[in-house]
Design a protein around this ligand. Structure first.
Ligand SMILES: *Cc1c(COP(=O)(O)O)cnc(C)c1O
Length: 366
C-alpha cells in the first residue's frame, strides 16, 4: 500500500499490533503533553550519494543507533512542532505548515543538515495523519501534536557535517495545555545565563538551544517561578524570549510590542500570526528592541498593561508575574488581560474552524 500526496509517494508499512480502539480511546482522554504516541511514524532517509529516498510510513518504535552516531556527540539535530486540528465536521487541518517547512529548511541550513523540500515536509504530515487519523482527538482544545525532526545519522566521530541523515515525524495526541483553564504564569528573568548569542543558533529550532535553557529553567523553578525569560547575550539588557515561546507586551494605549528578530530569537509561527491578528484588530504593532529596564518601568507605572508568551503548544500564555535580580512585579492585576484573551480566542477559533480562515492559514490533511 502507498499514499500519494500532492507530489510525493510514501510506502505504508502498517503495524501488526495496532492499539485496540478501546485502549486508544482511553489514551485520548486528557493525555499529559508528549507522553502518548500514535501507532505509526513517517520517515525519509538521506545520504550524500542518494539524496532523500525511501519515503515511508512505518510502525512507531525505537530507533537503533550505533554508539558512534554523529548526533549523539555533536548534537547536529533540528525539529519542528505543529498540530493537526479536528473540525466539527470531522475533517482534519493543520495551521500554516508552509511556515514550518520554511523554518525547517532554514534550521537545516544553519545546522549543516540537508534541506528537505516543502513537498516532502507537507507530504510526510499528510501521509502520517491519514494513516493515524483516529488518533486526532475531537475534544475542546485537543489536537494531534506533530513533531518532525532530523538528525545526523552517520557513524563517524570526526567533526564535519554528517554524510547521512534521517527525517522522521511522530504524532502525539494532546489535550488542553491548561487542564483547568488558562492560568497566568510567573516568569524569572535570567541574567547569568543565555540561551543563544549573536551568530549562534538561536534562530534555528535545534535541540542544543533547549539543552542550554534547562539549567536556567531549573533555577527559575527552584526560585518559585514557572518559566525563564532570556536576555540578549551581547548586552544583557534586551528581552529576547522564553525557552520555547516568544513574548508580547500590551501597552496601556493599546499598542503592542514584541522583541524584533535579532538573529538569536526563534521566529514563531504563533508570533507572526498574532502580529497579523492584532494589526487586523486595529492595534499598532511594533517589532523592536525591548529593554528589560523599560518593561520593569512600564509594569511599575502601569504603561505596560499585559504581557503574554506564545507558541504552538500552549498557544497564548498570560504572564502574571515577572521577577529577576532585585525585582518582583505583578503584571496588571495579575489576571489574564483582555487583549491576551481575545487574541488567544481569535487564533484558536481559526485553528478549529469556528470562524472564517480569512488569511488562508489552514491546510486540509484528511
Ligand atoms: C518553537 C519555538 C517558539 C514558538 O514557535 P511557534 O512556531 O509559534 O510554535 C518560540 N521560541 C522557541 C525558542 C522555539 O523553539
Amino acid at each position: 500500500m502507498s499514499i500519494t500526496t500532492t507530489s510525493t509517494t510514501f510506502e505504508v508499512h502498517l503495524t501488526e499490533s495496532p492499539t485496540p480502539a478501546d485502549e486508544r480511546a482511553a489514551k485520548l482522554v486528557a493525555p499529559r503533553f508528549g507522553t502518548v504516541f500514535s501507532d505509526h511514524m513517517a520517515r525519509i532517509t538521506w545520504s550524500v550519494d542518494q539524496g532523500w529516498h525511501d519515503r515511508r510510513i512505518e510502525p512507531y518504535g525505537p530507533l537503533q543507533l550505533d554508539p558512534a552516531t554523529a548526533v549523539l556527540h555533536y548534537a547536529q539535530e533540528i525539529f519542528e512542532g505543529l498540530k493537526a486540528y479536528r473540525h466539527a465536521d470531522g475533517s482534519v487541518w493543520t495551521f500554516r505548515p508552509w511556515a514550518n517547512a520554511a523554518r525547517f529548511a532554514r534550521s537545516a541550513q544553519r545546522l549543516a543538515l540537508p534541506v528537505l523540500s516543502e513537498e516532502d515536509f507537507l507530504g510526510s504530515l499528510a501521509a502520517l495523519v491519514a494513516t493515524d487519523v483516529e488518533w486526532v482527538p475531537s475534544g475542546d482544545e485537543s489536537s494531534l501534536y506533530l513533531r518532525p525532526f532530523m538528525y545526523a545519522s552517520e557513524r563517524f566521530l570526526g567533526v564535519r557535517p554528517s554524510a547521512a541523515a534521517e527525517y522522521l515525524v511522530i504524532a502525539s495526541p494532546v489535550g488542553p495545555y491548561f487542564a483547568s483553564g488558562v492560568q497566568p504564569v510567573s516568569i524569572w528573568v535570567a541574567e547569568d545565563f543565555h540561551r543563544a548569542g549573536a551568530g549562534g543558533t538561536g534562530a534555528a529550532k535545534c535541540g542544543g538551544n533547549y539543552a542550554a535553557s534547562l539549567l536556567p529553567q531549573q533555577e527559575a523553578y527552584a526560585l518559585g517561578y514557572d518559566q525563564v525569560c532570556f536576555l540578549d547575550a551581547s548586552t544583557n539588557t534586551l528581552v529576547e524570549e522564553l525557552g520555547g515561546m516568544n513574548v508580547f507586551l500590551v501597552h496601556a494605549d493599546g499598542s503592542v510590542s514584541t522583541p524584533e528578530l535579532s538573529g538569536s530569537i526563534l521566529e514563531g509561527v504563533t508570533r507572526s500570526s498574532i502580529l497579523q491578528l492584532l494589526a487586523d484588530a486595529g492595534h499598532e504593532v511594533r517589532e523592536r528592541p525591548v529593554p528589560l529596564a523599560e518593561l520593569r518601568a512600564g509594569l511599575e507605572d502601569g504603561s505596560v498593561a499585559e504581557v503574554f508568551a506564545c507558541g504552538t503548544a500552549a498557544v497564548v500564555t498570560p504572564i502574571g508575574r515577572l521577577g529577576g535580580q532585585g525585582f518582583d512585579l505583578t503584571v496588571g492585576d495579575g489576571a489574564t488581560g483582555p487583549v491576551t484573551s481575545s487574541v488567544r480566542n481569535e487564533l484558536t477559533d481559526i485553528q478549529y474552524g469556528r470562524v472564517a480562515d480569512r488569511h488562508g492559514w489552514l491546510r486540509r490533511l484528511v
